[in-house]
Design a binder for this molecule. Structure first.
Ligand SMILES: *Cc1c(COP(=O)(O)O)cnc(C)c1O
Length: 392
């Protein structure tokens, strides 16, 4: 018999009903160290007092009005984003996939509005993940997500990750832009080298096409900068964000330059729920925390601690761990055993980690994680590796 909740997830047999900082608690009161943050969502940890206050204050005022009225919460959040990024304008969404949908539509509309409606195709990369809507599974191009859902939405040309010649060859008269994650998340924590991101920027400028970044997972402090592309010293034309910006409240956004947004005039796009006052209040509070002087420097410092400890872990367990890679607090452990085995062994140690493509275990702790939490997590991973070695 089918489960009451549509069975599209293979869920771990554990539930949580309370959280605090970097920890989640079961109804029985057992603590788990949360190194997944959902999937990079609870950027400020659980029950952060500033976020809690923002949500409660807003909940006491109004929950929903509509995008047919002025939205002061959206204006405040948009200004915070604009003041701290390349963007001139922001469209709010409820999720990452919707932020990508807006980005894809905007890239197409830009060319249409500037006299080139034939330019509607986006170049994407193998191993990419952009969401689960019909357009975003086409953009991601992964057979396992496309299978059985009818014809793939047209307009996406996929090239191999890191294949510069294939990329150049893929740019044609119908190309609207290039869509890429600065670090592939679901694909297995595969960072795009900074010089490659700079190369993409140059390529886009040379061909008059748009650079569209998917920073849904890498954004909002995850890599130690507010956005991952800052490490390369470039800016995109359009950028999708979500996950960490809401700190646990569902909200996403499509950020753009004034030039790229030229076609997005009244009536061209919309959403009933998006930019909801509760969501924008919490997201503004998240940015207050992350943009506070010294916060991102602290993230970088703790990221370095994590990286060093993981390097030592790899040396201690050469039959389990193949490689450590990633950026900031977005780290991947490429395994020699099935990544699901290490993930399960970590769960036994009450450590929550995530799987990813390329047989990788993903670590995405909340950005407020302490050095002590990191030491504890790596201890738990060490014990998990030992348990796997004892079984082998
Ligand atoms: C999670 C994710 C998405 C999709 O976000 P949803 O909120 O699940 O729709 C898109 N792109 C990247 C890089 C992601 O990690």
């Amino acid at each position: 018999m089918i489960t009451p909740v549509l069975p599209t997830y293979a869920r771990a047999k554990v539930a949580f009903d309370r959280g605090e900082g970097a920890r989640l608690f079961t109804p029985e009161g057992e603590a788990y160290l949360d190194f997944g943050s959902g999937v990079a969502v609870t950027s400020c940890g659980h029950r952060h007092p500033h976020l809690l206050q923002a949500l409660i204050e807003q909940a006491n005022k109004v929950w929903h009005t509509s995008n047919v009225y002025q939205m002061p919460g959206q204006e405040k959040l948009a200004r915070q984003l604009i003041e701290n990024t390349f963007a001139d304008t922001v469209f709010f969404t409820n999720s990452g996939a919707e932020a990508l949908e807006c980005s894809i539509k905007m890239a197409r509309k830009y060319h249409s509005a500037t006299g080139h409606p034939e330019r509607y195709r986006l170049i994407t990369f193998e191993g990419a993940f952009h969401g689960r809507t019909l357009a975003t599974i086409a953009a991601g191009g992964q057979a396992k997500y496309l299978e059985g859902f009818g014809p793939k939405v047209d307009g996406f040309d996929q090239v191999a990750f890191g294949d510069h010649d294939a990329l150049k060859a893929a740019i044609g008269p119908e190309t609207a832009g290039i869509l890429i994650e600065p670090v592939q998340g679901e694909g297995g924590i595969r960072p795009v080298p900074p010089q490659c991101l700079r190369g993409l920027r140059e390529l886009c400028d040379a061909h008059g096409i748009l650079l569209v970044l998917d920073e849904v997972q890498t954004g909002v402090g995850r890599t130690g900068k507010l956005f991952a592309h800052e490490w390369a010293g470039i800016t995109p034309d359009i950028m999708a964000i979500a996950k960490g910006i809401g700190g646990g409240f569902p909200i996403g956004a499509c950020l753009a330059t004034e030039r790229a947004a030229v076609g997005m005039t009244v009536g061209t796009h919309g959403s009933t729920f998006a930019g909801n006052p509760l969501g924008t209040a919490v997201a503004s509070a998240v940015l207050d925390v992350i943009l506070k002087k010294g916060f991102l420097e602290d993230v970088q410092q703790r990221a370095l601690t994590l990286k060093q400890k993981l390097a030592a872990l790899k040396d201690s367990h050469p039959t389990i761990i193949d490689e450590i890679r990633g950026s900031g607090l977005m780290m991947g452990i490429k395994c020699k055993v099935p990544n699901t085995a290490l993930q399960a062994a970590a769960l036994d140690q009450h450590l929550l980690v995530l799987g990813a493509g390329d047989n990788v275990v993903r670590l995405l702790p909340p950005l407020i994680v302490s050095d002590q939490d990191i030491a504890e997590a790596v201890d738990k991973l060490d014990r998990a590796c030992k348990a796997l070695e004892a079984k082998a």
